[in-house]
Design a protein around this ligand. Sequence first.
Ligand code: MEV
Length: 328
Amino acid sequence: MVAVNRDWSPFVVSAPGKVILFGEHAVVYGKAAIAGSLDMRAYALVTPRTDGKARMVLPDIDVDITFDCQALPRLSSEDLSHPSDVEPLVPSTIAIPEGAGRTTVLTFVYLHGCIFGEAERNTGGFTLCVRSLLPVGAGLGSSAAFNVVLSTTLLKLAGRLQAEGTSASDRKLINQWAFHGEQVAHGTPSGIDNSVSTYGGFLKYVKGEPSVSLESSHALRVLITNTNVPKSTKVLVAGVRALRDQYSSVVDGILDSIHSISTSAAELFQATNTVSTAALEQRTQELIRINHGLLSTLGVSHASLEQVREITAAHGLASKLTGAGGGG
Ligand code: MEV
Protein backbone atom coordinates (compact mmCIF):
# COMPACT_ATOMS: atom_id res chain seq x y z
CA MET A 1 0.00 0.00 0.00
CA VAL A 2 1.45 3.35 -1.02
CA ALA A 3 0.49 6.38 1.05
CA VAL A 4 -0.64 9.34 -1.05
CA ASN A 5 0.58 12.72 0.11
CA ARG A 6 -1.45 15.47 -1.56
CA ASP A 7 -0.86 17.98 1.20
CA TRP A 8 2.02 20.05 -0.14
CA SER A 9 2.51 23.55 -1.50
CA PRO A 10 4.31 24.66 -4.67
CA PHE A 11 8.04 25.09 -4.22
CA VAL A 12 11.09 26.32 -6.13
CA VAL A 13 14.47 24.57 -6.38
CA SER A 14 17.58 25.99 -8.05
CA ALA A 15 21.14 24.85 -8.72
CA PRO A 16 24.15 26.60 -10.28
CA GLY A 17 26.25 25.76 -13.31
CA LYS A 18 30.01 25.42 -13.12
CA VAL A 19 33.22 26.40 -14.83
CA ILE A 20 36.19 24.00 -14.79
CA LEU A 21 39.43 25.99 -14.64
CA PHE A 22 41.80 23.01 -14.76
CA GLY A 23 41.65 19.23 -15.04
CA GLU A 24 38.68 18.35 -17.27
CA HIS A 25 38.93 14.89 -18.87
CA ALA A 26 41.88 13.97 -16.61
CA VAL A 27 39.39 14.07 -13.70
CA VAL A 28 37.57 11.08 -15.25
CA TYR A 29 40.77 9.05 -14.56
CA GLY A 30 41.13 10.06 -10.90
CA LYS A 31 43.28 13.17 -11.49
CA ALA A 32 42.62 16.47 -9.71
CA ALA A 33 40.50 19.26 -11.19
CA ILE A 34 39.71 22.81 -10.08
CA ALA A 35 36.22 24.20 -10.63
CA GLY A 36 33.84 26.84 -9.35
CA SER A 37 30.09 27.37 -9.39
CA LEU A 38 28.62 30.15 -11.53
CA ASP A 39 25.93 32.66 -10.68
CA MET A 40 23.94 31.25 -13.60
CA ARG A 41 21.40 28.67 -12.45
CA ALA A 42 18.66 26.24 -13.41
CA TYR A 43 15.33 26.89 -11.62
CA ALA A 44 12.49 24.43 -11.09
CA LEU A 45 8.96 25.38 -10.09
CA VAL A 46 7.07 22.36 -8.75
CA THR A 47 3.29 22.53 -8.34
CA PRO A 48 0.84 19.87 -7.13
CA ARG A 49 -1.79 18.18 -9.31
CA THR A 50 -4.64 15.89 -8.35
CA ASP A 51 -4.85 13.68 -11.46
CA GLY A 52 -1.97 11.32 -10.69
CA LYS A 53 0.11 12.67 -13.57
CA ALA A 54 3.67 14.01 -13.65
CA ARG A 55 4.17 16.72 -16.24
CA MET A 56 7.71 17.88 -17.09
CA VAL A 57 7.98 21.19 -18.93
CA LEU A 58 11.36 22.48 -20.18
CA PRO A 59 10.56 25.48 -22.41
CA ASP A 60 14.26 26.13 -23.16
CA ILE A 61 14.53 22.85 -25.07
CA ASP A 62 10.89 22.46 -26.20
CA VAL A 63 10.02 19.55 -23.91
CA ASP A 64 6.48 19.21 -22.52
CA ILE A 65 5.69 15.61 -21.53
CA THR A 66 3.06 14.19 -19.22
CA PHE A 67 3.53 10.79 -17.59
CA ASP A 68 0.92 8.74 -15.78
CA CYS A 69 2.67 8.18 -12.42
CA GLN A 70 1.16 4.68 -12.05
CA ALA A 71 2.61 3.70 -15.46
CA LEU A 72 6.14 4.81 -14.55
CA PRO A 73 8.39 1.90 -13.51
CA ARG A 74 9.44 1.54 -9.88
CA LEU A 75 13.13 0.67 -9.92
CA SER A 76 15.99 -0.16 -7.69
CA SER A 77 19.39 1.00 -8.95
CA GLU A 78 20.41 -2.70 -9.08
CA ASP A 79 17.71 -3.39 -11.70
CA LEU A 80 19.95 -2.00 -14.45
CA SER A 81 23.62 -2.66 -15.11
CA HIS A 82 24.02 1.06 -15.87
CA PRO A 83 21.56 3.99 -15.49
CA SER A 84 21.78 4.66 -19.25
CA ASP A 85 20.09 1.27 -19.87
CA VAL A 86 16.73 2.78 -18.80
CA GLU A 87 15.32 3.37 -22.31
CA PRO A 88 13.39 0.06 -22.66
CA LEU A 89 11.58 0.87 -19.40
CA VAL A 90 10.08 4.13 -20.66
CA PRO A 91 6.29 3.55 -20.96
CA SER A 92 5.31 2.86 -24.61
CA THR A 93 2.80 5.74 -24.47
CA ILE A 94 5.70 8.22 -24.23
CA ALA A 95 7.37 9.39 -27.44
CA ILE A 96 11.01 9.98 -26.48
CA PRO A 97 12.08 13.25 -28.14
CA GLU A 98 15.23 13.60 -30.21
CA GLY A 99 18.06 15.97 -29.29
CA ALA A 100 18.53 17.68 -25.94
CA GLY A 101 15.13 16.56 -24.63
CA ARG A 102 15.95 12.88 -25.01
CA THR A 103 18.26 12.53 -22.01
CA THR A 104 15.96 14.63 -19.82
CA VAL A 105 13.12 12.14 -20.39
CA LEU A 106 15.35 9.10 -19.80
CA THR A 107 16.79 10.73 -16.68
CA PHE A 108 13.33 11.60 -15.38
CA VAL A 109 12.10 8.01 -15.79
CA TYR A 110 15.26 6.61 -14.16
CA LEU A 111 15.39 9.00 -11.20
CA HIS A 112 11.62 8.92 -10.61
CA GLY A 113 11.69 5.11 -10.77
CA CYS A 114 14.58 4.78 -8.31
CA ILE A 115 13.66 7.55 -5.87
CA PHE A 116 9.96 6.61 -5.68
CA GLY A 117 10.82 2.93 -5.98
CA GLU A 118 12.31 3.16 -2.53
CA ALA A 119 9.78 5.64 -1.11
CA GLU A 120 6.52 4.77 0.60
CA ARG A 121 4.34 7.54 -0.71
CA ASN A 122 3.28 9.16 -3.94
CA THR A 123 2.35 12.74 -4.52
CA GLY A 124 -1.01 12.74 -6.25
CA GLY A 125 0.82 14.17 -9.25
CA PHE A 126 2.90 17.25 -9.97
CA THR A 127 4.06 19.63 -12.67
CA LEU A 128 7.78 20.36 -12.83
CA CYS A 129 8.78 23.35 -14.93
CA VAL A 130 12.52 23.95 -15.34
CA ARG A 131 14.01 27.14 -16.81
CA SER A 132 17.74 27.57 -17.09
CA LEU A 133 20.05 30.51 -17.59
CA LEU A 134 22.78 28.05 -18.57
CA PRO A 135 23.32 27.55 -22.30
CA VAL A 136 22.98 23.86 -23.25
CA GLY A 137 26.17 22.16 -24.47
CA ALA A 138 28.46 25.08 -23.60
CA GLY A 139 30.57 23.24 -21.01
CA LEU A 140 28.94 25.14 -18.14
CA GLY A 141 27.19 22.25 -16.42
CA SER A 142 23.61 22.76 -17.66
CA SER A 143 23.01 19.01 -17.47
CA ALA A 144 24.36 18.73 -13.92
CA ALA A 145 22.27 21.71 -12.74
CA PHE A 146 19.19 20.02 -14.27
CA ASN A 147 20.06 16.76 -12.52
CA VAL A 148 20.52 18.51 -9.17
CA VAL A 149 17.14 20.29 -9.39
CA LEU A 150 15.43 17.11 -10.60
CA SER A 151 16.97 14.94 -7.86
CA THR A 152 16.16 17.53 -5.17
CA THR A 153 12.56 17.80 -6.43
CA LEU A 154 11.96 14.05 -6.50
CA LEU A 155 13.66 13.43 -3.14
CA LYS A 156 11.58 16.18 -1.55
CA LEU A 157 8.33 14.86 -3.06
CA ALA A 158 9.20 11.35 -1.92
CA GLY A 159 9.73 12.61 1.64
CA ARG A 160 13.38 11.60 1.65
CA LEU A 161 14.96 14.94 2.59
CA GLN A 162 15.36 15.68 6.27
CA ALA A 163 16.24 19.37 6.14
CA GLU A 164 14.86 20.70 2.81
CA GLY A 165 18.16 19.83 1.13
CA THR A 166 20.28 21.96 3.46
CA SER A 167 21.87 19.33 5.74
CA ALA A 168 25.08 17.44 4.93
CA SER A 169 23.18 14.15 4.62
CA ASP A 170 20.54 15.70 2.32
CA ARG A 171 23.24 17.16 0.09
CA LYS A 172 25.06 13.85 -0.06
CA LEU A 173 21.83 12.14 -1.18
CA ILE A 174 21.05 14.84 -3.76
CA ASN A 175 24.61 14.63 -5.10
CA GLN A 176 24.45 10.82 -5.35
CA TRP A 177 21.22 10.86 -7.37
CA ALA A 178 22.36 13.78 -9.52
CA PHE A 179 25.45 11.71 -10.32
CA HIS A 180 23.21 8.83 -11.49
CA GLY A 181 21.34 11.35 -13.65
CA GLU A 182 24.69 12.38 -15.14
CA GLN A 183 25.40 8.70 -15.84
CA VAL A 184 22.18 8.50 -17.87
CA ALA A 185 23.28 11.55 -19.85
CA HIS A 186 27.03 11.04 -20.21
CA GLY A 187 27.87 7.38 -19.52
CA THR A 188 31.01 7.62 -17.37
CA PRO A 189 31.10 11.07 -15.74
CA SER A 190 33.66 11.85 -13.06
CA GLY A 191 31.06 13.47 -10.78
CA ILE A 192 32.70 16.91 -10.78
CA ASP A 193 29.79 18.72 -12.45
CA ASN A 194 27.09 17.45 -10.09
CA SER A 195 29.37 17.97 -7.05
CA VAL A 196 30.01 21.63 -7.91
CA SER A 197 26.33 22.16 -8.66
CA THR A 198 25.26 20.52 -5.38
CA TYR A 199 27.82 22.09 -3.02
CA GLY A 200 28.69 25.34 -4.86
CA GLY A 201 31.84 27.34 -4.19
CA PHE A 202 35.35 27.03 -5.61
CA LEU A 203 36.97 23.65 -5.09
CA LYS A 204 39.54 21.01 -5.88
CA TYR A 205 37.87 17.74 -6.90
CA VAL A 206 39.24 14.21 -7.12
CA LYS A 207 36.80 11.43 -8.02
CA GLY A 208 35.72 9.41 -4.98
CA GLU A 209 37.16 11.89 -2.47
CA PRO A 210 35.43 14.70 -0.57
CA SER A 211 35.93 18.01 -2.43
CA VAL A 212 38.39 20.50 -0.92
CA SER A 213 37.10 24.04 -0.74
CA LEU A 214 39.68 26.55 -2.03
CA GLU A 215 39.72 29.84 -0.19
CA SER A 216 41.46 32.70 -1.97
CA SER A 217 41.45 36.34 -1.00
CA HIS A 218 42.33 37.34 -4.59
CA ALA A 219 39.30 37.74 -6.83
CA LEU A 220 39.84 35.73 -9.99
CA ARG A 221 38.30 37.35 -13.06
CA VAL A 222 37.32 34.89 -15.76
CA LEU A 223 35.89 35.68 -19.18
CA ILE A 224 33.71 32.89 -20.57
CA THR A 225 33.07 32.73 -24.32
CA ASN A 226 30.35 30.57 -25.83
CA THR A 227 31.33 29.45 -29.35
CA ASN A 228 27.74 28.23 -29.91
CA VAL A 229 29.24 25.11 -31.48
CA PRO A 230 27.26 22.13 -30.11
CA LYS A 231 29.12 19.14 -28.70
CA SER A 232 28.47 15.85 -26.94
CA THR A 233 30.27 15.27 -23.63
CA LYS A 234 29.64 11.53 -23.99
CA VAL A 235 31.32 11.40 -27.42
CA LEU A 236 34.31 13.53 -26.34
CA VAL A 237 34.90 11.51 -23.16
CA ALA A 238 34.66 8.30 -25.23
CA GLY A 239 37.20 9.74 -27.70
CA VAL A 240 39.76 10.32 -24.95
CA ARG A 241 39.11 6.80 -23.65
CA ALA A 242 39.71 5.32 -27.12
CA LEU A 243 42.98 7.31 -27.46
CA ARG A 244 44.08 6.10 -24.02
CA ASP A 245 43.22 2.49 -24.91
CA GLN A 246 45.49 2.77 -27.93
CA TYR A 247 48.37 4.81 -26.45
CA SER A 248 48.01 4.22 -22.73
CA SER A 249 51.46 5.29 -21.53
CA VAL A 250 51.47 8.40 -23.75
CA VAL A 251 47.99 9.48 -22.70
CA ASP A 252 48.62 8.65 -19.04
CA GLY A 253 51.64 10.98 -19.18
CA ILE A 254 49.39 13.78 -20.48
CA LEU A 255 46.78 13.09 -17.80
CA ASP A 256 49.51 13.16 -15.12
CA SER A 257 50.71 16.52 -16.44
CA ILE A 258 47.16 17.89 -16.23
CA HIS A 259 46.99 16.59 -12.65
CA SER A 260 50.21 18.52 -11.84
CA ILE A 261 48.68 21.68 -13.33
CA SER A 262 45.58 21.33 -11.12
CA THR A 263 47.61 20.71 -7.97
CA SER A 264 49.95 23.64 -8.79
CA ALA A 265 46.92 25.87 -9.35
CA ALA A 266 45.35 24.76 -6.04
CA GLU A 267 48.60 25.61 -4.21
CA LEU A 268 48.77 28.94 -6.01
CA PHE A 269 45.20 29.90 -5.12
CA GLN A 270 45.79 29.01 -1.49
CA ALA A 271 49.13 30.86 -1.23
CA THR A 272 47.37 34.20 -1.28
CA ASN A 273 49.45 35.74 1.48
CA THR A 274 52.75 35.12 -0.29
CA VAL A 275 51.81 35.73 -3.93
CA SER A 276 50.88 39.13 -5.36
CA THR A 277 47.80 39.48 -7.54
CA ALA A 278 50.02 40.19 -10.57
CA ALA A 279 52.07 37.02 -9.99
CA LEU A 280 48.90 34.98 -9.42
CA GLU A 281 47.42 36.22 -12.70
CA GLN A 282 50.62 35.59 -14.63
CA ARG A 283 51.10 32.05 -13.31
CA THR A 284 47.41 31.21 -13.74
CA GLN A 285 47.64 32.30 -17.37
CA GLU A 286 50.70 30.11 -17.95
CA LEU A 287 48.92 27.11 -16.44
CA ILE A 288 45.86 27.86 -18.59
CA ARG A 289 47.98 27.98 -21.74
CA ILE A 290 49.73 24.67 -20.94
CA ASN A 291 46.48 22.96 -19.91
CA HIS A 292 44.81 23.93 -23.18
CA GLY A 293 47.74 22.57 -25.18
CA LEU A 294 47.46 19.22 -23.40
CA LEU A 295 43.70 19.06 -23.94
CA SER A 296 44.23 19.87 -27.59
CA THR A 297 46.66 16.94 -27.88
CA LEU A 298 43.93 14.71 -26.46
CA GLY A 299 41.80 15.74 -29.44
CA VAL A 300 39.09 17.67 -27.57
CA SER A 301 39.68 21.15 -28.96
CA HIS A 302 37.84 22.57 -31.98
CA ALA A 303 38.58 25.17 -34.66
CA SER A 304 36.18 27.62 -32.97
CA LEU A 305 38.01 27.21 -29.65
CA GLU A 306 41.39 27.72 -31.31
CA GLN A 307 40.03 30.93 -32.83
CA VAL A 308 38.96 32.20 -29.39
CA ARG A 309 42.41 31.27 -28.07
CA GLU A 310 44.15 33.21 -30.87
CA ILE A 311 41.95 36.29 -30.43
CA THR A 312 42.47 36.43 -26.66
CA ALA A 313 46.23 35.75 -27.07
CA ALA A 314 46.42 38.81 -29.35
CA HIS A 315 45.12 40.81 -26.35
CA GLY A 316 47.67 39.28 -24.00
CA LEU A 317 45.24 36.83 -22.37
CA ALA A 318 45.62 33.08 -22.15
CA SER A 319 42.52 30.95 -22.65
CA LYS A 320 41.57 27.32 -22.61
CA LEU A 321 38.51 25.23 -23.33
CA THR A 322 36.34 24.44 -20.33
CA GLY A 323 34.34 21.25 -19.78
CA ALA A 324 34.31 18.58 -22.45
CA GLY A 325 35.57 20.81 -25.32
CA GLY A 326 34.73 20.05 -28.97
CA GLY A 327 32.99 23.45 -29.22
CA GLY A 328 30.88 24.72 -26.34
C1 MEV B 1 32.65 17.79 -18.26
O1 MEV B 1 32.14 19.00 -17.71
C2 MEV B 1 33.98 17.46 -17.66
C3 MEV B 1 34.62 16.18 -18.18
O2 MEV B 1 35.84 16.03 -17.46
C4 MEV B 1 33.75 14.96 -17.98
C5 MEV B 1 33.59 14.59 -16.52
O3 MEV B 1 34.38 14.98 -15.67
O4 MEV B 1 32.64 13.84 -16.25
C6 MEV B 1 34.97 16.28 -19.66
